[in-house]
Design a protein around this ligand. Structure first.
Ligand SMILES: [Zn+2]
Length: 119
């Protein structure tokens, strides 16, 4: 990737992760402050969720499909799974399909909610 080094410094959060965007790095700092203040617990960066199990179809081995969110954390007993999106990235077809599969699989009760953090 071009300018990777330059962009990396702008996308680095105070915890030293390199995020996909400045907004995501900013949000990471915000969530870590909330964690320190006790507003949230169990903060995870880039948590992975299984969407489709691996399986064998005819002669093919179909690998698992996973969704990697930006953050997850617990607030008032509810697990929030968050993805920071821009106007452009929230229209990405792959993201939309993965979001729908995630919601269908994990959000059927009120114990897990999906938060698309978009402007
Ligand atoms: Zn971070």
């Amino acid at each position: 990737m071009r300018n990777n080094k330059y962009n990396a410094s702008k996308r680095e959060c105070l915890q030293g992760h390199v995020h996909d965007s400045k907004r995501e790095a900013f949000r990471c700092n915000e969530l870590h402050r909330m964690l320190e203040n006790g507003e949230i617990t169990d903060l995870k960066i880039q948590p992975r969720f299984l969407l489709i199990e691996p399986w064998r179809y005819l002669w093919r081995y179909e690998r698992a499909v996973e969704y990697v969110a930006d953050f997850s954390y617990r607030k008032d007993g509810i697990l929030t799974v968050e993805d920071v999106k821009s106007e452009a990235t929230k229209k990405d077809d792959l993201y939309i399909v993965k979001r729908k599969l995630f919601e269908e699989r994990y959000c059927r009760d009120d114990k897990v909610i999906f938060f698309e953090n978009a402007r």
